[in-house]
Every structure is written in structure tokens, then in C-alpha cells.
Ligand binder design. Structure first.
Ligand code: AP5
Ligand code: MG
Ligand code: ZN
Length: 209
């Protein structure tokens, strides 16, 4: 199954994509994770992306579309995948149609006030992509899955978060209508706890945990 996760920053796309991908044994393609790894490694793409990401703006379409096209051509995507954070603009969605066939779009729905609190307490592992919230770490500073030191994302600072929300409402929210017209859109409440949201998505996908 080829699946897209839509939703504002902090809605739980990464958290849920990782759980659903484990359950369905398919890869999680997170454009945010790919760009953060590129920044950490100091690649050309990483250097290009940094100023946009740190300001909470979207990286230009032509940069991100080629990255996703190349990634989806890899062997591990043949049995399905979850796109987490792509597409994010109508031109990206139109480009995607030229090289992929999407079966389902899950939109995680969460109110803006909740998102700000989630993002300010988020800690992430840059090595394996795992995501945590300080409220569940009990003072622990390393990743449960791989032992790496956890970090706070640069773009999780309050002012950048507000800009990311604005960019989401202006540039990404129109994708809801784009996929609704195609009959692919499924809205799932993203404020029912991590496990409850996971069960709701699995049910929507018609998958068994
Ligand atoms: P990206 O990394 O994709 O960030 P985002 O879309 O802003 O989304 P987040 O990763 O912040 O949130 P999430 O929905 O994954 O939430 P999470 O699961 O972590 O993109 C970053 C930047 O890269 C962009 O701003 C842009 O510059 C660039 N970029 C990426 N893709 C691009 C594209 N296609 N085009 C152009 N530019 C692009 O959860 C958040 C927190 O909440 C965590 O602490 C988690 O533990 C907690 N939580 C999750 N679920 C629940 C729950 N149910 N209950 C309680 N807490 C929860
Ligand atoms: Mg994410
Ligand atoms: Zn890790």
C-alpha cells in the first residue's frame, strides 16, 4: 500500500508513520528526516536546505521532488511505503502523480494550541528517526531504540513553530481538497493518544496489527 500522511507540524505524522511502518513492514519516507540527515552530513542538499528549515519555510519544490523521486525508485519501496511530510504543496502533489500511484491519504487532525505544546517538548534521534516527548522520557537523554543522544530540533523554537503553522495553513492545507476530490482522503483525529491514534489509522487502512 502506498500511503501519504498529511497534517500540521506536530500532528504525529512521524510518530505514527514509524508505528504503522513497523506493523506493515514497509519503509517510512520522511522528507524532514532526509533533509536533517543531509544537514548533519553537510551535503550540498543539506547546505541548501538549512536556511529554509531554520526559518520554518518550505524547501523549494525542485529540490525535494527529485529527492523523493529517487527514493521511491529504490527496491525497498516496491511493496509499499508511507510518505511522511511529502507532498506539501500542490505542485509537489502534481509531480508525485507522474511517478507514483497513491492508495490512501491519512490526514491527522489536531488543534493548533495542542501542536505548540507538543513541539516545544519534542526530542528526536537523528540516527534512527525516533521521536519522543519530554513528558515520557523521565529525564532520560538517549534513544531507547539505538542509544544515540537525543536533541531538540532547531525549528522547534517557539517563533519558528508559529511560522511553520502559518506555512502549513497557507501552502499545505489545500492538499486536503486536492485528495478529497480524488476520493483518497481519510481524516483521523490525532488527539486521542499515541496508541488510540495508531488503532484508528490501522482501522482506516483496513490493516490488522
Ligand atoms: P518535517 O520534519 O516534516 O516537520 P513537520 O511537518 O513540521 O512535522 P513534524 O515532524 O514537526 O511533526 P510530526 O507530525 O511528525 O509530529 P511528531 O510525530 O514528531 O519538516 C521539517 C522541515 O523540513 C519543514 O519545515 C521544511 O522546511 C522541510 N521540508 C520537509 N518536507 C518538505 C517538503 N515536502 N517540501 C518542502 N520542505 C520540506 O510528534 C510531535 C510531538 O508530539 C512529539 O514529541 C510526539 O512524541 C508527540 N505526540 C505525537 N503524537 C501524540 C499523541 N497522539 N498524543 C500526545 N503526544 C503526541
Ligand atoms: Mg515529523
Ligand atoms: Zn535512535
Amino acid at each position: 500500500m502506498n500511503i501519504i500522511f498529511l497534517g500540521p507540524p506536530g500532528a504525529g505524522k512521524g510518530t505514527q508513520a514509524q508505528m504503522i511502518c513497523d506493523a506493515l513492514q514497509i519503509p517510512q519516507i520522511s522528507t524532514g528526516d532526509i533533509l536533517r540527515r543531509a544537514m548533519k552530513d553537510g551535503t550540498e542538499t543539506g547546505l541548501k536546505a538549512k536556511s529554509y528549515i531554520d526559518a520554518g519555510k518550505l524547501v523549494p519544490d525542485e529540490v525535494i521532488i527529485d529527492i523523493v523521486k529517487e527514493r521511491l525508485a529504490m527496491d525497498d519501496c516496491k511493496g509499499g511505503y508511507i510518505l511522511d511530510g511529502f507532498p506539501r504543496t500542490v505542485p509537489q502533489a502534481e509531480a508525485l502523480e507522474t511517478f507514483a500511484s497513491i492508495d490512501s491519504v491519512i490526514e491527522l487532525d489536531v488543534a493548533d494550541q495542542v501542536l505548540v505544546d507538543r513541539l516545544s517538548g519534542r526530542r528526536v534521534c537523528l540516527k534512527c528517526g525516533a521521536t519522543y516527548h519530554v513528558s515520557m522520557l523521565n529525564g532520560k537523554t538517549t534513544c531507547d531504540k539505538c542509544g544515540e543522544e537525543l536533541i531538540q530540533r532547531n525549528d522547534d523554537k517557539a517563533e519558528t513553530v508559529l511560522n511553520r503553522l502559518k506555512v502549513y495553513h497557507e501552502q499545505t492545507a489545500p492538499l486536503t481538497g486536492f485528495y478529497e476530490k480524488k476520493g483518497l482522503l481519510h481524516k483521523v483525529a490525532g488527539d486521542q493518544g499515541i496508541e488510540g491514534t495508531f488503532q484508528a489509522i490501522m482501522k482506516t487502512l483496513g490493516a490488522k496489527a
